[in-house]
Design a binder for this molecule. Structure first.
Ligand SMILES: [Zn+2]
Length: 179
């Protein structure tokens, strides 16, 4: 695979796995894209789709049953080392990726930012060129979805966390701040 590829939610997660009780939000409040890493092993090809399905199953399971009770995958999209953009939580739904607000924002980053996660532990793995290209494409897609330029942010800017990883955060800091 040598180009960025987009895979719709129905392909990635499957039509039999609908969003469960996700909360909608006013798309006018979306101001940016927040980057995360999954802190998981790297998954590429269709293994990344299997990973997304298992993440979905864990996220929708109630906390009383060992799940997370998020209603869907916490991120709106995930990105793979082989350049796939996996469509996850509906963009029309509030995220479940960062409850804290970013500095200067009145609302939680779940409301103000679309969440996108690199499938890797980016403190151990260096993001590939194709993965970074996929992030570029996702940012353009997010611009098209909202109709305006969106700022780039990452998880550790909102609260103390190792996310999105020591090998990804410095790269993000070097990218255009708005697309
Ligand atoms: Zn994160």
């Amino acid at each position: 695979m040598s180009a960025v590829q987009f895979h719709s939610r129905s392909v990635v997660i499957g039509a039999t796995r609908p969003p469960i009780s996700v909360v909608g939000r006013d798309s006018a409040l979306i101001a940016g894209v927040m980057v995360h890493h999954t802190a998981s092993p790297v998954h590429v090809g269709t293994n990344a789709h299997s990973y997304a399905k298992s993440l979905y199953d864990w996220c929708v399971r109630p906390t009383s049953q060992g799940g997370r009770g998020y209603g869907d995958i916490e991120y709106h999209a995930m990105i793979t080392q082989d350049g796939q953009i996996l469509d996850c939580r509906p963009s029309s739904a509030r995220g479940a990726h960062c409850r804290a607000p970013l500095p200067g924002f009145a609302h939680s980053a779940n409301t103000t930012h679309l969440g996108v996660a690199f499938i890797m532990n980016a403190s151990q793995t260096i993001p590939s060129y194709l993965a970074l290209e996929a992030l570029h494409v996702y940012r353009y897609l997010a611009h098209l979805y909202t109709g305006r330029p969106l700022a780039l942010a990452w998880h550790s800017q909102a609260n103390p966390t190792a996310c999105p990883g020591t090998r990804l955060a410095p790269i993000l800091a070097s990218l255009p701040s708005k697309v």
